[in-house]
Design a protein. Structure first.
Length: 138
């Protein structure tokens, strides 16, 4: 069994963004030369998420509106923010959207169902963050 590790780096312009990283992950997979196995994609930050869903702009707007209803931004809304932070909502949004994804690798390709794509979800952006890609297999 082989393993391959690479990192992607992001510094978003907005506080909250969804970025399709499917092509970038596939490029790393191709570079790894692993044909059969598993690909883990994990944001290395507690205020960001990686998730799988459809790449449709209306859906992404729905995610943003839904998340803001569940965990609205605001310094005076959360105990965590009493420490001087302003990102308690980002921690909650990350928990809702998920920590990481694992995708099967078949014949050197990410093995998805219809419409599935990998997204980086940023909820406390405007600073440099990284995403781990770890591939294991043969």
């Amino acid at each position: 069994m082989k393993s391959f590790t690479e990192y992607l780096y992001f510094e978003t312009i907005q506080r909250q963004e969804f970025i399709n990283i499917t092509d970038q992950v596939q490029k790393v997979l191709s570079k790894s030369k692993i044909k059969e196995g598993l690909c883990l994609v994990n944001p290395m930050h507690i205020t960001a998420s990686v998730f799988i869903n459809d790449d449709e702009s209306g859906l992404h707007q729905d995610f943003s509106l839904w998340l803001e209803k569940l965990a609205p931004f605001g310094k005076d809304k959360y105990r965590h923010n009493l420490t001087g932070e302003d990102n308690a909502d980002a921690h909650l949004k990350r928990t809702i959207m998920g920590r990481e994804v694992v995708v099967a690798v078949t014949n050197g390709k990410l093995d998805f169902g219809p419409w599935e794509q990998i997204f980086y979800g940023e909820f406390d952006g405007q600073r440099k963050k990284r995403v781990l890609i770890k591939i294991i297999g043969e």
